[in-house]
Design a binder for this molecule. Structure first.
Ligand code: DGL
Length: 269
């Protein structure tokens, strides 16, 4: 494997760009490939077998493009599919999961709130994560149907995300959660709106920095960090409508981005 090969990153849609932005800031010389599976988003209401098939098909595509490592920039796909990906493929595969451990370390009220998709909240991997770290802390896991979809359509502060967030935050706030974990990679794009809706004392945690650090560590261990001094390029693919997704991505990243169609067929489900 050549260290100047690209890093493949994927999500159900545009949410994983919150992780890509962090990786870009930390690893400026790496070439990044990003797949937004927007034709199948949201994953939050799909079955685990469907997500597992999509994750494997996208990983295969990224490997065909020469990826030296894969970042599953999606909590839902990590919970449903990462074990299977690691069995199937031999390159480093980095996942993302809700930052429960740092939240438990930081809480003063003894109550933390986790915003995530239903698929993540009801997964065995999430139950295991909570059981490993909970101690005396009360962990409130809030499924947020519809929220990732707002970001998927570039709606970061309209009436729909505001109403959904008011509904999902209310039980966490009323039970005195003082830490909110963003357990879905779409939600960091809603952070300014969440900050407007909650007490400024409440700490909001986005785990993408930890993912980027872990990627850096793994590439370093395997001597796979890019040795070029030139700024790394980026290539974007989507299974959704290329023009529409390009408009949303350009808005989220605040620069013009073009996309190529993802040459994959949908698995049956
Ligand atoms: N961005 C994804 C996550 O981190 C999933 C959103 C969705 O497709 O439901 O969980």
């Amino acid at each position: 494997m050549n260290s100047n090969h690209p890093i493949g990153i994927f999500d159900s849609g545009v949410g994983g760009l919150s992780v890509l932005q962090r990786i870009r800031a930390d690893l400026p010389h790496e070439t990044l490939l990003y797949v937004a599976d927007s034709g199948h988003a949201p994953y939050g209401d799909k079955s685990a077998p469907f997500i597992t098939q999509r994750a494997a098909a996208i990983t295969r595509f990224l490997l065909e493009q020469g990826a030296k490592a894969i970042v599953v920039a999606c909590n839902t796909a990590t919970a449903a599919a990462i074990a299977n990906l690691r069995r199937q493929f031999s390159i480093p595969i980095i996942g993302i999961e809700p930052a429960v451990k740092p939240a438990i370390a930081m809480t003063r009220s003894g109550v933390i709130g986790i915003l995530a998709t239903g698929q993540t909240v009801y997964s065995a991997k999430f139950a295991d994560l909570i059981n490993r770290h909970r101690q005396q802390t009360q962990v409130l896991a809030q499924p947020c149907p519809g929220l990732a979809d707002c970001v998927e359509h570039g709606d970061l502060n309209g009436p729909r995300p505001t109403a959904l967030l008011n509904r999902y935050l209310q039980p966490l706030i009323s039970q005195k959660a003082d830490i909110l974990v963003l357990g879905c990679t779409h939600y960091p794009f809603l952070k300014p709106l969440i900050e407007r809706l909650v007490d400024p004392e409440i700490i909001i945690i986005d785990p993408s920095a930890a993912v980027s650090r872990q990627l850096h560590r793994r590439l370093d261990e395997l001597r796979l960090l890019a040795n070029s001094k030139a700024p790394g390029g980026e290539h974007y693919f989507t299974s959704g409508c290329t023009e529409y997704t390009a408009r949303v991505i350009s808005r989220l990243l605040d620069r013009t981005v073009t996309l190529e169609p993802l040459p994959l067929t949908s698995p049956l489900h």
